[in-house]
Design a protein. Structure first.
Length: 259
């Protein structure tokens, strides 16, 4: 997917998310993000999209102004649909005003800028729509190709140099001496091998032997690896090898807080 395709998908995923949450109980708990209510989830999705739109649209090479300009969501859930869709539209407009090589700050350590943020907004929209589904008891579906792209975002972001360097607790938990994990989508083209080293997690797009192999439908891989579905609740996934290694990965390959 290229930048424009990611942003089109962001608009589509956000529209579905907005329809689901509109008018719902703001205080409803989000089981997959135990610290959050539905209002927190909406605030995060829409606020993040607006913050990234500011970063990209104003071509910021330093993020403090964008962080300071974070816009919280409406307290009235009857305003959520319009607010969320407006945020996604603003993001699409901001990305349309730049090119992939426009200098824009990003936290990955790879100076990926515009492409990083387009993919990141897409991954956020997909995973947080799963959170909304869990909170509202709604069935979650995602096309295999989109699930692969969202999983690529999750894995690539959390194995980035910037994430390792800025999250010492995460780095300590994920240090290793070559332990390897192979993730394989069976219904779309997506295969990753992650290797735990002393100073980083190496992520490769390849097919090779590993200490543990987890394979199955892309959406189930996404939900389990992103901690949106327990491994035991995903019978479609086939696990071969060191189960404890995979469990350790799931338990520690996460964002700093409930999102």
């Amino acid at each position: 997917m290229d930048t424009s395709a990611y942003l089109e998908a962001v608009v589509e995923q956000t529209s579905t998310f907005a329809d689901w949450v509109h008018g719902k109980d703001a205080a409803a708990p989000v089981p997959t993000c135990p610290e959050w209510t539905l209002a927190d989830l909406v605030d995060h999705v829409g606020g993040t999209q607006r913050m990234v739109a500011m970063l990209v649209g104003e071509q910021m090479t330093e993020p403090s102004k964008a962080f300071a300009g974070y816009v919280p969501g409406p307290t009235d859930s009857g305003q959520w649909r319009a607010w969320l869709n407006d945020g996604a539209a603003a993001a699409r407009q901001a990305f349309a005003s730049v090119t992939d090589d426009t200098p824009v700050w990003d936290p990955s350590g790879g100076a990926a800028g515009v492409p990083f943020w387009s993919r990141r907004l897409f991954g956020e929209a997909c995973v947080h729509r799963a959170d909304a589904a869990a909170a509202l008891g709604t069935r979650y579906e995602l096309a295999p190709e989109l699930a692969v792209a969202a999983l690529e975002d999750w894995l690539d972001t959390l194995t980035s140099r910037g994430y390792w360097e800025n999250r010492p607790g995460f780095a300590d938990a994920m240090r290793g001496d070559g332990q390897s994990l192979h993730f394989h989508a069976t219904d779309a083209s997506g295969e990753w091998v992650a290797r735990r080293e002393q100073d980083k997690v190496v992520l490769e797009r390849t097919h090779t032997k590993a200490d543990v192999v987890v394979r199955g439908p892309a959406v189930d891989l996404l939900l389990v690896i992103s901690r949106r579905r327990p491994l035991d609740a995903a019978p479609t996934l086939e696990l071969q090898g060191d189960r404890e290694l995979f469990v350790h990965w799931i338990e520690h390959m996460d964002w700093v807080t409930g999102g």
